[in-house]
Every structure is written in structure tokens, then in C-alpha cells.
Design a protein around this ligand. Structure first.
Ligand code: SF4
Length: 198
């Protein structure tokens, strides 16, 4: 919409629509989207959240011998500065609350890798009363089989996630559209923190 005044024209309109058009121009025609995806793929910072014994292999994966920092993945302490979560094995009902809280604190675009047979489908605790499946708590991008998976498998999962981000443009799609079209928003069916509230 435009309004005329004595000295010329003043353009007013919907700022959200204008911002969306600008984002599309920058990410589409100018190919900045590829830069966003490339930068995100090599800046995967997993948060420290050890849910179970697979955590030992997570630690080994960043030891000098396996050195996952060479892939641009650097474990970080504060969830608000991270963009990846590695679910390390079994997720008990109590840890599911912590997992969800940490996931919601992380800024977008964010990614999840589930590690170990327990994270796939319960593993040796498959029929236990106190286990929840990770995909019921957060949307999982990559699964790593094994009990426990070796550090090389963790490195492979990170490389696969990097390929997925760049191939499917996951980071740039988020910047453009404000959500991840390939992932439905996972909303836990139950109140995971009910035990904590008493
Ligand atoms: S997959 Fe094996 S090592 Fe990992 S949490 Fe389960 S029992 Fe532990």
C-alpha cells in the first residue's frame, strides 16, 4: 500500500510479509541458503546430557583418539548455546522430563541423534515400566544402533547428519519458513514432569 504526500511517496505495509520476501530473495536467488546450511552443518554443538551408559562412548568419541571436534562438533554445557542433542541410551521416565526441558531450551534450528539399542526401541529394557522411547519426547534425525555403539559410529552419525542438513537444506528451510517441514512437532502424550510436581 502506498500513500502520497507532498514530497513524494511513503510506502507502508506488512513488515512480516516484507521480511519473508527478503528472506526468500536472500536465501533463494543469492544462494545464501547453501552458506547457512554449510555453516550449520559444521557448527553442530551437542549439549552435555547423559541419560545412560552410552554416555561413556559419547565421552570417548571426543577424546584425542577419535577427536570429533575435527568435524566441527563441540560438546557444550549451556543448552541455550547448543543446536544438537545426542540421546545417550536409555531414557527413563525421570530423565525424559530433563530431556524435554533441555530440548525446549535449545534454539532453532536444532537436531537430535539417538544412540544405542536402548534409544532405538528400549534395548534390554524394552518391556520395562520406567522407559520411554526418545521419539516420544523429541523429533530424532539419526539413530545409531549398537550396545554400546563405538565412537566411530558416533562420528559416522555426525557426518550423516551434516550430509542431511546440506542435502535437504534443513537450516535454510528453517530460516526461510520458521519451522522444519520434514519434522512434525513432537508433543509428548503425557506430562513427563508429573513425578517432579508430586
Ligand atoms: S544401548 Fe547398551 S550401553 Fe547404551 S544405554 Fe543401552 S544398555 Fe547401556
Amino acid at each position: 500500500m502506498s500513500k502520497g504526500n507532498g514530497d513524494g511517496k511513503v510506502y507502508v505495509g506488512n513488515v512480516d510479509v516484507a521480511a519473508k520476501k527478503a528472506r526468500k530473495l536472500l536465501l533463494g536467488k543469492l544462494k545464501l541458503g547453501k552458506l547457512v546450511d554449510w555453516g550449520t552443518a559444521f557448527s553442530l554443538w551437542p549439549v552435555h546430557l547423559t541419560t545412560s551408559c552410552c554416555g561413556c562412548e559419547f565421552a570417548a568419541a571426543w577424546s584425542p583418539r577419535y577427536d570429533n571436534e575435527q568435524h566441527g562438533a563441540l560438546p557444550w554445557v549451556g543448552s541455550r548455546q547448543t543446536n544438537m542433542i545426542l540421546i545417550e541410551g536409555t531414557v527413563t521416565r525421570k530423565m525424559a522430563c530433563a530431556l524435554r526441558v533441555v530440548w525446549e531450551q535449545m534454539p532453532q534450528p536444532k537436531f537430535a541423534i539417538a544412540m544405542g539399542a536402548c534409544a532405538l526401541d528400549g534395548g534390554i529394557f524394552y518391556n520395562s515400566y520406567n522407559i520411554v522411547r526418545p521419539w516420544e519426547v523429541v523429533p530424532v534425525d539419526i539413530y545409531i544402533p549398537g550396545c554400546p555403539p563405538r565412537p566411530e559410529a558416533v562420528a559416522r552419525a555426525i557426518i550423516e547428519l551434516q550430509r542431511k542438513i546440506r542435502r535437504e537444506g534443513l537450516a535454510s528451510k528453517f530460516v526461510e519458513e520458521g519451522w522444519r517441514p520434514d519434522k512434525e512437532y513432537v508433543k509428548p502424550k503425557e506430562d513427563l514432569c508429573a513425578w517432579w510436581k508430586g
